[in-house]
Design a protein around this ligand. Structure first.
Ligand SMILES: *[C@@H]1O[C@H](CO)[C@@H](O)[C@H](O)[C@H]1NC(C)=O
Ligand SMILES: *[C@@H]1O[C@H](CO)[C@@H](O)[C@H](O)[C@H]1NC(C)=O
Ligand SMILES: *[C@@H]1O[C@H](CO)[C@@H](O)[C@H](O)[C@H]1NC(C)=O
Ligand SMILES: *[C@@H]1O[C@H](CO)[C@@H](O)[C@H](O)[C@H]1NC(C)=O
Ligand SMILES: *[C@@H]1O[C@H](CO)[C@@H](O)[C@H](O)[C@H]1NC(C)=O
Ligand SMILES: *[C@@H]1O[C@H](CO)[C@@H](O)[C@H](O)[C@H]1NC(C)=O
Length: 426
């Protein structure tokens, strides 16, 4: 009786809740492309220009969902929900949390969505220049290591970073957290690269002048002095905004080593591995498709100085003037990728571009065998979703499903092989 009264009162109250809180199934959007920006200028460039692409009004629909950054509380979509954009916030923590909030939002079905990670970056002058656009196959969390201040180390040490579980720099880490290296579909990267060939990249006099300072560094720095272009090379993630010759070289080495010689570090940023870890976890759940991710970065500043400047002068005193062309070229290259995916949706992108290389994390969570690191800890199997694993465990039909819960012991056993306990040598 009392319960009935409460219920009817509740229903009366609910009838007065504005429709914004009611979310009928028809409000679920299935974007074809989701643009992920890290901070305001990277998002703004899309909103300033998108209307001219003829692909819709990117500010038509504004969607809020719990858990986004307090700085960037809104998701924007075109009227039909075909293209959406979210600014996730800078750094590994902000980007991972916002991305998780997006994927768990009841407002989206992201199973067929292409994610275009589009941010500015520090650029390695051996592979590209300020204003250039890089499309990655690998993303490496280079600073996930022990660190000793080099002033406390012998002068001939190349770096103060030592991989987890190891004694010296430049070895393969034998303690893995799972976020060290992600590999994306090279076929999709190549398709995106082809679309960007239609893009007109902008340049300007001031960045041209700064670029020219690298001219005396020889043949291996030739890309630094050329005008902006689109290149295929890989990303490094670090929350610490590192800068300077020694760190840049060390992380270049780390990227090559941790990808077993395949990856080439050309862009440094603070988010990609964090976002990709979220995408792997929800690819396991079937919420997103890990073969539909494009990691694009544009060079805003060089990661190391030209010969005429110290590391400190390069970081703090010199104006490289790369910011504006990097932001502009995010859009200039990115819009051609968006257009390419939409134009070829029915015949190619709806069903997806099959990857020919390994895709996923260092654990092998999405199945297959990583071509870097110490091999799959899942026996090459794709992990079951949480729901499927729980159902199988409850019915005890499939012994293998319990594997999901013993992966930690596989990783710990691997550590012991190397004589490592906890985070250190035994
Ligand atoms: C795009 O949509 C927003 C929100 O409805 C509106 O304020 C804006 O004027 C539109 N832009 C154009 C160019 O139509
Ligand atoms: C999401 O969209 C896919 C593809 O259209 C569809 O197969 C799937 O059922 C949808 N998922 C949900 C939960 O609606
Ligand atoms: C990209 O273009 C090249 C050269 O035209 C072509 O050979 C290749 O098949 C294209 N790749 C994709 C993935 O579309
Ligand atoms: C990394 O640096 C070490 C030590 O200087 C060197 O022996 C090794 O060849 C480098 N590896 C790569 C992949 O650059
Ligand atoms: C793609 O398919 C949809 C639905 O079948 C159709 O409405 C649309 O016109 C097609 N687009 C192109 C470019 O063929
Ligand atoms: C990658 O390199 C490490 C260290 O050299 C090696 O132990 C590992 O087996 C290699 N992984 C693959 C997949 O080749």
């Amino acid at each position: 009786m009392f319960f009935t009264l409460v219920l009817s009162t509740l229903l009366t109250v609910m009838a007065h809740i504005p429709t914004v809180y009611a979310q009928p199934p028809s409000s679920v959007l299935s974007p074809k492309v989701f643009i992920i920006s890290m901070f305001d200028p990277e998002g703004q460039i899309w909103h300033d220009n998108f209307i001219q692409s003829g692909l819709g009004n990117l500010s038509s629909r504004v969607i809020t969902t719990p858990g986004l950054s307090m700085l960037y509380t809104r998701i924007f979509c075109t009227q039909t929900g075909t293209v959406c954009q979210l600014t996730v916030g800078e750094g590994e923590i902000n980007s991972a949390v916002s991305m998780t909030a997006l994927i768990l939002s009841s407002r989206f079905n992201l199973t067929q969505t292409y994610f275009l990670l589009a941010g500015i970056a520090g650029v390695n002058p051996r592979y590209a220049t300020i204003g250039s656009v890089a499309l990655a196959r690998y993303s490496v969390q280079v600073a996930l290591q022990y660190e000793i201040d080099p002033r406390s180390l012998p002068g001939d040490w190349p770096t103060g970073y030592i991989p987890y579980g190891r004694t010296y720099p430049f070895e393969y880490p034998c303690i893995t957290y799972g976020t060290e290296v992600f590999e994306l579909s090279a076929n999709l990267r190549d398709a995106a690269y082809n679309f960007t060939q239609r893009a007109k990249l902008v340049d300007a006099d001031e960045p041209r002048r700064y670029r020219a300072l690298y001219g005396s560094m020889g043949e291996s720095y030739r890309m630094a002095v050329r005008p902006p272009s689109v290149v295929k090379c890989d990303g490094a993630t670090s929350d610490v905004y590192y800068s300077g010759e020694k760190l840049a070289r060390a992380f270049e080495n780390t990227t090559a080593l941790w990808t077993n010689g395949t990856g080439a570090y050309c862009m440094s940023a603070q988010e990609d591995n964090a976002i990709l870890e979220v995408l792997v976890r929800f690819a396991i759940e079937g919420f997103v498709d890990f073969s539909r991710i494009i990691a694009m970065r544009t060079g805003s500043n060089f990661d190391r100085p030209p010969p005429s400047l110290s590391d400190w002068e390069h970081l703090t005193r010199a104006d490289q003037n790369g910011f504006h062309i990097a932001i502009a070229n995010l859009y200039n290259a990115g819009i051609e990728i968006v257009r390419g995916i939409l134009d070829n949706w029915n015949c190619t992108f709806e069903k997806g571009v099959a990857p020919a290389n390994y895709i996923g994390d260092i654990f092998g969570s999405l199945g297959g065998h990583p071509d870097f690191g110490f091999g799959s800890i899942t026996g090459g199997r794709r992990l079951k979703s949480a729901a499927a694993a729980a159902a199988a465990a409850a019915s005890k039909r499939d012994e293998n499903d319990r594997g999901r819960y013993t992966l930690a012991s596989v990783e710990m056993a691997r550590r012991r092989q190397f004589g490592v306990k906890g985070g250190m040598k035994m």
